[in-house]
Write a protein that binds this ligand. Structure first.
Ligand SMILES: [Zn+2]
Length: 71
């Protein structure tokens, strides 16, 4: 499935087939997000989200797509 990703280095949005990357967070437990390699610079990039999709509540967001917020 094609998803949109954003490369901060190239300042570009690209489409790719993402892969799931999981990690263990001491705050949030198990988290995961989709990542894909930028076709230009080969950097591993996060999924792109439209502005205003409400992440990043004062740093309590785990950084993944699981959207778990610290209570
Ligand atoms: Zn790039």
């Amino acid at each position: 499935m094609m998803e949109k990703f954003y490369c901060p280095k190239c300042d570009k949005i690209f489409e790719a087939e993402g892969k799931k990357k999981g990690w263990q967070s001491s705050l949030f437990g198990y988290c995961w997000k989709l990542v894909a390699k930028c076709p230009n610079c080969d950097k591993e990039c996060d999924e792109w989200r439209p502005k205003g999709s409400s992440d990043k509540e004062s740093g309590n967001y785990c950084g993944g797509t699981c959207s778990i917020f610290k209570k």
